[in-house]
Design a protein around this ligand. Structure first.
Ligand SMILES: Nc1ncnc2c1ncn2[C@@H]1O[C@H](COP(=O)(O)OP(=O)(O)OP(=O)(O)O)[C@@H](O)[C@H]1O
Length: 339
């Protein structure tokens, strides 16, 4: 990849004898929406901390917008907006006042800060609520306000940690549409950490699947789905016009076709697993034997299947997750205060 915006090379973080992140190599290009997926304790937060220069890698480098995050964290901070999973605002202040306050902390000149805050409120669709106290905001509105806060300093990269946690389905859709639009219109690079597979699937150009500190798989959904089909087999269901008897006399001749591994029948449906995609041959076989083919369905592996495959052996205890989450929150608060 040429000139990646995020470039992680051999990134490793050990806590004592435990490798929280183990030799991570990953490049993300400008304008990409990348989904970081993984169960609790997989190493996502630790990776983000290293990318923000908030914790030092044990080995390897994290380069963000051309800067080494460990040796030049301030330069990285200027380019990167980070939104933690739970965003906090001063409840007794309006949305606008909250943003202006954060804008000042970020060093936006006094003459520009109110206009910039109003502009961001419009971008995220809260222009009409600028003067309302944030105490009255729903969780979805607060998340959008969190995004406005992140966008205030016009970052090149935004890192969102579980951004849709606790939002209702329509709020989630709105939020993800907004992220997608911003990325496409402004060339924003987005790194989105999430457990919500379906949401990630909708919005990300690429996903990385993390488990046990290692990147188990990475690529577009299509690529991962194809990869799983190759390793797990292609599953084709063919529905015919009549109920198939059990045992089905054609099972054995069907099994003789090259690439066919298993055949099962259930009512009018025959399910055939193959190690190559031979759907046309299968349909010809059915027609040749005088069966009316009513439907053909090829299984597409979804993110759920992919997630399942890579995560099953790696899920870790919830208490370790809570501990690291608290550490992240504390470290991030320090990061904000240092600005
Ligand atoms: N400060 C720390 N000291 C010791 N171990 C830690 C520390 N921070 C994280 N870990 C461990 O490193 C591993 C990776 O944790 P990390 O928080 O990066 O995972 P995660 O993928 O972000 O999980 P979650 O989705 O729960 O936030 C876990 O086993 C965790 O217990």
């Amino acid at each position: 990849m040429e000139n990646p915006v995020i470039d992680l090379k051999g990134l490793t973080k050990c806590y004592g004898s435990q490798k929280a992140v183990d030799n991570l190599n990953l490049s993300i290009s400008k304008g990409e929406i990348f989904g970081l997926l993984g169960p609790n304790g997989a190493g996502k937060t630790t990776t983000i901390l290293m990318m923000l220069g908030l914790t030092e890698p044990t080995a390897g480098t994290a380069t963000v917008c051309g800067y080494n995050a460990t040796t030049n964290p301030i330069a990285v901070k200027k380019k990167v907006g980070y939104m933690p999973d739970s965003v906090g605002f001063y409840d007794s202040m309006s949305a606008l006042d909250n943003l202006v306050y954060i804008g000042r902390l970020n060093g936006i000149p006094e003459a520009a800060v109110t206009d910039r805050a109003l502009e961001m409120l419009d971008v995220i669709g809260l222009g009409g609520s600028a003067h309302k106290k944030t105490a009255t905001f729903s969780r979805g509105m607060k998340q959008r306000l969190g995004l406005a806060e992140v966008l205030l300093k016009r970052p090149e990269v935004i890192i969102l940690d579980e951004p849709t946690l606790g939002i209702d389905p329509s709020g989630v859709r709105e939020f993800l549409t907004l992220i997608h639009r911003l990325s496409r219109e402004q060339g924003l690079t987005v790194l989105l950490s999430s457990h919500h597979l379906n949401q990630v699937q909708q919005v990300c150009d690429r996903v990385g699947i993390f488990a046990g500190g290692r990147l188990q798989a990475e690529g577009s959904m299509d690529k991962l789905s194809r990869h799983l089909s190759t390793s797990e087999g292609y599953m084709v269901s063919i529905t015919v016009g009549e109920k198939l008897p059990v045992p089905w006399p054609l099972s054995e001749p069907l099994r003789q076709l090259p690439a066919v591994q298993h055949v099962t029948v259930n009512g009018q449906v025959a399910e055939i697993t193959c190690h190559a995609d031979i759907t046309p041959e299968l349909v010809r076989f059915f027609v040749h034997h005088g069966l009316d083919v009513m439907g053909v369905h090829k299984k597409q592996y979804e993110l759920d299947d992919i997630y399942q495959k890579y995560f099953d052996d790696h899920a870790t205890e919830t208490n370790t997750h809570e501990k690291s989450g608290r550490l992240f929150q504390r470290t991030f608060t320090a990061y904000q205060q240092a600005s």
